[in-house]
Design a protein around this ligand. Structure first.
Ligand SMILES: Cc1ncc(C[n+]2csc(CCOP(=O)(O)OP(=O)(O)O)c2C)c(N)n1
Ligand SMILES: [Mg+2]
Length: 801
């Protein structure tokens, strides 16, 4: 029962030891939950969400979780993390307090609330560790069910490593694809679309994924009758069950309080997933919430007396105790002894965590108080300075906020005094030291970040022909797939026909159905596939057919991908490339350019907007040398335009965060990106005919934006700025304006109001005229520039209207 291998030789004493060890882990976890709630109620921690009532099934899952495996779960899994040796008592409380030191809170260095678990995939320098010799948990996020898309990718990586011949059978990420991705989710969260989307996709893909539903009948206060048809997720998923005639799932049911049955069920699930690469769903029913959902609110408000007493009786720990006594594992006395010992251990661990959390801050408090007392002594405003100093001094367990409030308030009082610069410098140094604890690692800080990749220009020779631009994309992908065996691309119509614009024509034939793959219409899990596989060392390129359909994916991009490095303090990464195509073409859902929405939702992902296919191909080449996620938007109307075929396919690299001046000029700076650049170039040509000399700058990369401040250098010469884009008013153009005016401080060099020219506030209408009346046209650009020149020199440029 414990494990099949060990079973053969296991004595009753061994068995007993293992059960007692399990019990100790479970009871440690429970004590942490109980004490954790108290820490919140007494104000030491801000919020608590715990794993009480879900302990026993997690013991069973941990037994079959092997090195190399991955977890993608949610906030109930503390017992599992303890059982695999990745969470101890002190770390549990460090997470609850929000300790900003990774050595104390290895999950997120205080960035996430407690209960959001992770392990370290990267070393000090941001390089991969050997993930096959450790147990892995992808970093949790709070949106319900959002762990599901990533879970799919984590599981798919095993399939890729097992079946793609050009990959080594053993590497830092896989041993012949033997690894399972283990998911956990609450019963109510299975109502989310991405849960069902993932379930279907994993059934189609046949990947080694075991998803456990921890079913406690509730989602906060909302009962299963409002959540799930028939109030039973495994019942309604029965159609997914595999049989002799068709692939599908193995669906298993078990009660969460039945320790031996749980162990057996998890062993069975493991075997099916690991050996056969068949997904398994385990519906773990009859779980409870001894303390209710979280520290905000109490479940007595919405659960009946009857339900509450049932929960007490069927509390999985209570049931485990009864079973242990019935099977002569331990007497009541022995159990009580264990409980008392562990209670003490948890209390001590909690105290140690609290001291470690507050001590450094107390030191900082003492340091500042000493400085402030000196300042007070020498200050004509001594009374006021001393008052704030005393206030700070009297705080027994200060926060860094308390410290800075005191320092900053006193600075205002002592302006002009001798000690002003001393205090100002102290504040600056302190802030510089503390701010990174909260703000580092939004992007990679490794030596493989995008800025480490040198630009390489496209080269041409006498034979270089003008070709349909899609051929440049295609031939460059060909070079990529042969150069990097770990790359793979997948999306709707990506495989067999080679994408809707034939940018991958013939690639599936050449590189196989696993590396160039068609997938279902399911944008969120396409991104999830990419995230999960990128977290396991592959270099996926996830294709979203049209930019307009990125909305289905943007939640996962924003919540999961964009936050990954940040929320793990640089301990996990997913260098996923998202390929899509957009900007103007035809109709409301094939001409979108909602760039403002996108760039504001995905800080943490690079957003690249190449104006042609050579630039786009160069971005892919750059990204594959770097270790960061990015979105590349190809111009939907650019595939059939002619571009010269470069000779160094796969090698030329478009720099990221660098603008390109594509026409120099002295009268006005025109800033644009993507498909609109061509219109701007045309307008600039026409304006030159009447003597208006525009400088045209292609932004190329919205995130990061013009890191060398080249636009400012242009404005220093032209003193005028117009930003043109095809997003809504106040969309990406507002962001660009903020970057140029506020960040680059270019307002000093402007002789007239900086302006934006954008699309209409509605979605783009269909047809030639729909486009003309929805998006900025060459005439619009011409007239806008002209009116700005008219304002400065009405005699030379008399008003048109
Ligand atoms: C997308 C989203 N909506 C709402 C919430 C708020 N919320 C947090 S937990 C929860 C209930 C989840 O219930 P269930 O999945 O059954 O898990 P349990 O807490 O019962 O283990 C809700 C609604 C959220 N975190 N994310
Ligand atoms: Mg629930």
């Amino acid at each position: 029962m414990i494990s099949q291998e060990a079973n053969k030789t296991m004595t009753f004493e061994d068995f007993k030891t293992e059960v007692l060890n399990d019990y100790k882990i479970a009871i440690t976890s429970r004590e942490c939950s109980l004490l954790g709630r108290k820490e919140v109620l007494t104000g030491k921690a801000k919020f608590g969400i715990f794993g009480d009532g879900k302990e026993v099934p997690q013991l069973a899952m941990a037994k079959v979780f092997k090195n190399g495996d991955f977890r993608s779960g949610y906030y109930r899994d503390q017992t599992f993390m303890m059982a695999i040796g990745e969470l101890n008592i002190q770390q549990f409380f460090a997470g609850l307090y929000g300790h900003t030191d990774l050595n104390h809170d290895p999950m997120s260095a205080g960035r996430q609330m407690g209960g959001h678990f992770s392990t370290h995939s990267l070393d000090q320098n941001g390089n991969w560790k050997d993930l096959t010799i450790q147990k892995n948990s992808s970093a949790d996020i709070s949106p319900t069910a959002a762990q599901m898309p990533r879970l799919l990718g984590l599981a798919q990586a095993s399939k890729i490593y097992r079946n793609v011949d050009v990959l080594p059978k053993k590497n830092n990420f896989s041993n012949n694809g033997n690894e399972i991705a283990w998911g956990t989710i609450g019963n109510a969260s299975t109502s989310e679309g991405v849960f069902l989307e993932t379930i279907n996709a994993a059934g189609v893909l046949q990947v080694p994924m075991v998803i456990s539903v921890w079913d406690d009948e509730y989602g906060i206060s909302v009962h299963a009758r409002h959540q799930t048809t028939k109030e039973n997720i495994s019942e309604i998923l029965k159609g997914f069950q595999r049989d002799e005639n068709s692939n599908g799932y193995e669906i298993l049911n078990v009660f969460g309080w039945d320790y031996p049955a749980l162990i057996e069920t998890y062993q069975k699930a493991e075997q099916i997933a690991r050996e056969e690469h068949v997904p398994v769903l385990i519906h773990v029913q009859e779980l409870t919430q001894p303390q209710g959902h979280s520290t905000s609110g109490s479940h007595e408000r919405y659960k009946s007396q009857e339900r509450l007493s049932w929960e007490t009786e069927f509390d999985c720990l209570a049931q485990l105790r009864t079973w242990m006594m019935a099977n002569n594992i331990a007497t009541l006395e022995e159990i009580n002894g264990i409980d008392a010992g562990i209670k003490k251990e948890v209390l001590e661990g909690k105290k140690a965590a609290w001291n470690a959390f507050v001590e450094p801050v107390k030191q900082e408090q003492l340091e500042l108080v000493a400085i402030l007392e000196n300042i007070a002594n020498a200050s004509p405003n001594r009374v006021f300075v001393q008052k704030y100093t005393n206030d700070l001094k009297s705080i027994k367990e200060p926060s860094r906020k308390d410290i800075l409030i005191a320092a900053r308030k006193i600075l205002r009082i002592i302006v002009g005094e001798n000690s002003q610069s001393l205090l100002a410098n102290w504040i600056k140094n302190y802030t510089n030291k503390i701010q990174p604890k909260f703000s580092s690692h939004l992007f990679s800080q490794s030596n493989k970040n995008v800025f480490s990749v040198e630009e390489v220009s496209a080269t041409y020779d006498d034979n270089s022909e003008e070709v349909d631009a899609r051929l440049i994309i295609r031939d460059n992908f060909d070079a990529i797939f042969s150069k990097y065996p770990e790359t793979l691309i997948f999306g709707e119509d990506t495989g067999n026909i080679g994408d809707v614009n034939q940018g991958l024509e013939g690639m599936q034939e050449k590189y196989g159905e696993l590396r160039v793959a068609d997938v279902g219409i399911r944008e969120a899990t396409i991104i999830g596939q990419g995230i999960g596989m990128a977290m396991r060392g592959l270099r996926p390129i996830a294709e979203i057919q049209y930019l307009d359909y990125l909305l289905y994916a943007i939640q996962i991009m924003s919540d999961d991908l964009a936050t990954l490095q940040y929320r793990t303090h640089g301990k996990q990464k997913a260098p996923l490339i998202i390929r899509t195509r957009g900007h103007r073409l035809e109709g409301i859902w094939h001409s979108g350019s909602p760039m403002g929405m996108i760039i504001n939702a995905v800080r943490g992902i690079h957003v690249l907007v190449p104006r042609n296919m050579t630039k786009a191909a160069g971005f892919y080449n750059t990204l594959l040398e770097a270790d960061e996620p990015a979105l590349v938007i190809e111009c939907l109307n650019g595939y059939r335009l002619k571009e010269k075929m470069p000779t160094n396919l796969g090698k030329f690299k478009t720099p990221i965060g660098v603008v390109e001046t594509i026409k120099s000029g002295s009268d006005i700076t025109l800033v644009s990106y993507g498909s609109t650049v061509r219109l701007v170039e045309q307008a600039a040509k026409e304006l030159l005919e009447i003597g208006i000399d525009c400088e045209v700058i292609d932004v190329q990369s919205l995130l990061p934006f013009d890191v060398n401040h080249d636009i400012k250098k242009s404005i220093v010469n032209t003193n005028r700025l117009l930003i043109i884009d095809e997003d809504v008013p106040g969309g990406a153009s507002a962001y660009i304006l903020h970057e140029i005016i506020d960040v680059q401080n270019s307002y000093k060099y402007l002789d007239s109001k900086p302006q934006t020219l954008t699309a209409q506030p509605h979605r783009p209408s269909y047809g030639t005229d729909g486009d003309y009346f929805s998006k900025p046209s060459v005439e619009d650009i011409y007239e806008k520039v002209y009116s700005m020149m008219n304002e400065s020199n009405p005699e030379k440029y008399p008003a048109l209207f």
